[in-house]
Design a protein around this ligand. Structure first.
Ligand SMILES: C[S@@+](CC[C@H](N)C(=O)[O-])C[C@H]1O[C@@H](n2cnc3c(N)ncnc32)[C@H](O)[C@@H]1O
Length: 496
């Protein structure tokens, strides 16, 4: 049997690829739509590939010659290709309709990944990821009806097949057991299953798999937020003033070549006046990974009126621009949603030496405010001692991340009033899009997660009915950071 360490590099590569094994993300925008000929294409494509490349002897190292049905590798390839197709469709169009091109691309990336890593290693990684989902749910619930486990009703509601192969495998591996209670069959974890779950969790956390999944979920929630501008207006009515003072803070000058990260619906790009300030002698490239957020920004102003503006879909961690392309890189309320060290490194890479980096982001805050504490109690009470109160950066997070790459760094702090007066908007914005409690929600099975979010909304409704607007106003800490890109081509003694 492969040891967990042996698949570490496969999980790490999978995290950095566009492969999707567990399609949480595709579920956000509603059920994925596959026309029957697309399903057939994926079915026959993955069947032919499996027949050509799977060898029975692969079972030996992967599963210790366990009696795994031959449909298992086929299911793994099909599920991965289909989930990846759904992910590509959503990523590229912001919609869940899978076209022939998405299916063909998904088949290619899946097959290339398997050929590169070996079918047995791919299957081991697939098993680890699905076992993690299954074991995590069993651990959360303590026990599950066998029928619920098999249908995935509570923890993998997107599947349309039975998890019997996975149950057999976990039973043979000794990580789950069946028992009868009042004439009903139940499944639960064994001690070995709990140990394995801890190992799986540690590996998925270390390789960044779980964090990437959360980031992808947040991006798709932003994409789904049709009413983004009015949500921000209701929660933070001073946002327009903040954007204005941030524009002054950036020290951007007319004629500069500027990159904006996480432009969203274009509130900083247009409403705060970034594009006008830069003017036709310079240029602005506004980026965001959420396809429908970019659509909203594009609708705000006809690009023909501002030929010095371009929109590019991209996450901050992977910017599709050559080194040294910009005079300034700015982000307003976006860096806290990224893998901060990776995003800072990318910002430095695309800046010319001496170029400006400026960020405006919220900070973590202690849960001392009674409204916030009470509002999020259904979730914050889940974990005894979270590493940090929320997923917002600590005061030192961004300054520490920029220090190796930027000099003359200036940090300012302020606070801004946020209004907790609309239960639906607050819950949607903070829990789903911003992911304020993702560290807490990360280990909650999908259906339970949905229920907890609903409980939080109801809690908010109750609070709104008994408190005044003044009581429902909360001061949020924010941080402004600006620095100048260090020139790594110049050695310490100043010579190139
Ligand atoms: C709170 S909105 C801010 C939008 C805009 N800058 C403003 O001031 O209103 C955050 C934006 O960051 C984007 N975002 C999320 N994850 C990101 C990532 N990894 N890289 C870059 N942007 C990201 C979201 O899609 C969203 O549009």
């Amino acid at each position: 049997m492969y040891q967990i360490e042996d698949v570490r590099h496969v999980i790490a590569d999978l995290t950095n690829s566009s492969l999707v094994v567990s399609p949480w993300l595709a579920y956000v925008g509603g059920r994925v739509r596959f026309d029957s000929y697309i399903s057939d294409m994926l079915y026959w494509g993955t069947r032919d590939f499996t027949q050509a490349h799977w060898r029975r002897e692969y079972l030996a190292p992967a599963f210790d010659t366990l009696p795994v049905h031959s449909r298992f590798p086929r299911t793994a390839v099909f599920e991965t290709a289909a989930s990846t197709a759904a992910f590509l469709a959503y990523e590229q169009t912001g919609r869940s309709t899978v076209t022939e091109r998405h299916a063909t691309d998904a088949l290619h990336v899946t097959e290339n990944f398997i050929l590169q890593h070996g079918f047995d290693y791919f299957l081991s990684a697939y098993v680890m990821l699905t076992m993690y989902e299954n074991h995590n749910a069993l651990n959360y619930y303590g026990q599950m009806r066998e029928a619920d486990f098999l249908s995935g009703r509570l923890h993998r509601p997107w599947i349309d097949y039975e998890l019997d192969d996975e149950l057999i495998l976990s039973r043979v591996l000794g990580t789950t057991e069946l028992f009868i209670d009042s004439g009903e069959r139940f499944v639960r974890l064994t001690d070995k299953g709990r140990d394995r779950l801890a190992d799986y969790y540690a590996l998925l956390k270390e390789t960044g798999y779980l964090d990437k999944r959360n980031r992808s979920l947040r991006i798709s929630h932003f994409s789904e937020m049709e009413d983004y501008d009015s949500v921000v207006q209701q929660i933070a009515p001073t946002a327009a003033d903040l954007r204005q003072s941030f524009l002054d803070f950036t020290a951007i000058q007319p004629g500069m070549r500027v990159l904006e990260i996480g432009c969203g619906s274009g509130a900083f790009t247009f409403d705060a006046g970034l594009v006008d300030l830069v003017g036709p002698t310079g240029s602005v490239v506004a980026t965001d990974p959420a396809p429908r957020m970019l659509e909203r920004a594009m609708m705000k102003r006809d690009p023909h009126d501002v030929p010095w503006l371009d929109f590019v879909q991209a996450p901050a961690e992977d910017l599709p621009f050559p080194d040294g392309s910009f005079d300034a890189v700015v982000n307003m309320l976006a860096i806290h949603l990224t893998d901060i060290p990776a995003a800072v490194k990318e910002m430095h890479r695309v800046l010319k030496p001496g170029g400006i980096m400026a960020s405006f982001h919220p900070l973590d805050f202690p849960m001392t405010n009674s409204i916030i504490k009470e509002w999020f109690r259904p979730i914050s009470s889940l974990v005894e001692q979270p590493k940090r109160e929320t997923t917002m950066p600590a005061r030192s997070t961004v300054p520490d991340a920029v220090a190796p790459y930027f000099e003359n760094v200036i940090c300012q702090e302020a606070s801004t009033p946020n209004y907790y007066t609309n239960p639906d908007i607050v819950t949607r914005f903070y829990l789903e899009s911003v992911g304020l409690f993702d560290d807490h929600l990360m280990r909650i099975p999908w259906v339970e997660r949905t229920r907890l979010i609903e409980d939080t909304r109801n809690n908010g409704r109750r609070l709104c009915s008994i408190h005044t607007t003044e009581e429902l106003t909360v001061e949020y800490p924010v941080q402004l950071v600006r620095g100048v890109a260090k020139d790594f081509t110049v050695s310490r003694n100043g010579r190139a």
